[in-house]
Design a protein around this ligand. Structure first.
Ligand SMILES: C[S@@+](CC[C@H](N)C(=O)[O-])C[C@H]1O[C@@H](n2cnc3c(N)ncnc32)[C@H](O)[C@@H]1O
Length: 250
């Protein structure tokens, strides 16, 4: 079922331990990013987890655009580099936030303007919003469920798997969801997720990923990185008990 359109009153602003902002989704009782540091979590789990800075071309997919914290962290890193690395981002969200929230959570910058533009296009009724602010950068926001999204194949070198947890978003943690994501990724592409539960890891393995565990953010002991290539996740500890295409017990 398509979730209802979010309004400001469905969300509660929250400043996190590193001074960056996130929001609480009141109905789901879930924060979009960790209250221990929204930006720091984004940097640790998604940017470092996918080894984004080592890539020559930044083709990034994301399940759960949310407040755009992961995207703005990637854009700031991209902007701080000397090389003009091509960056193409596709974010998917079935319940995009109202654009005005971004004005309250991000300080004024060109990145904030780009995120606002994406969310305003969706707010005006478009299903796919596109912003191409420079010849090297293309940003897309698809206002749809992952299961209905049309994604390029063999494309993403980094995939940020960032829905809410399995209790709120069970459909985002299934073998089918991870198969859709794996099809969108290159052989060397790396998925990063804060999720480390056994059933989530089994679903990723069933979809054909190699898995590795790394230190989680804040109070979380572990997180998961996944790839079709075992070598590409050598920055974590390989999880041998969940090999690619493992069968799931009924
Ligand atoms: C934890 S928040 C994402 C935070 C975001 N990545 C950020 O950096 O601000 C989870 C987001 O995933 C979206 N979402 C959850 N399940 C989804 C699904 N099956 N398809 C598309 N979007 C989904 C929610 O609407 C929500 O905006």
């Amino acid at each position: 079922m398509k979730p209802s359109k979010l309004t400001i009153t469905d969300l509660e602003l929250c400043q996190t331990e590193d001074q960056s902002w996130t929001v609480l989704h009141k109905d789901l009782d879930a924060h979009y990013r960790s209250t221990h540091g929204a930006k720091a979590e984004s940097d640790w789990v998604f940017i470092k987890g996918t080894r984004l800075s080592e890539q020559d071309t930044w083709t990034i997919g994301e399940l759960g655009f949310g407040l755009g914290t992961n995207l703005s962290t990637a854009l700031a890193l991209h902007g701080s580099r000397k090389q003009q690395t091509p960056l193409h981002y596709i974010g998917i969200d079935h319940q995009p936030i109202p654009p005005s929230i971004v004005e309250q959570t991000l300080s004024p910058s060109q990145y904030r303007d780009w995120l606002l533009d994406l969310l305003q296009q969706i707010d005006r009724g478009q299903t796919i919003a596109v912003v191409e602010p420079t010849e090297h950068i293309r940003l897309e926001l698809h206002a749809t469920n992952l299961a209905s999204a049309t994604l390029p194949t063999n494309w993403a070198v980094a995939f940020f798997h960032d829905p809410f947890g399995p209790k709120s978003n069970p459909e985002a943690w299934t073998p089918e969801a991870f198969t859709t994501i794996r099809n969108c990724m290159t052989q060397e592409g790396i998925l990063a997720t804060y999720g480390a539960a056994g059933h989530a890891r089994r679903a990723m393995a069933n979809a054909g990923f190699w898995l590795a565990s790394t230190k989680g953010f804040g109070r979380k002991r572990e997180m998961t990185i996944a790839s079709s290539s075992q070598e590409c996740i050598s920055h974590g500890t390989l999880i041998k008990k969940y090999p690619p295409f493992m069968e799931l017990k009924p």
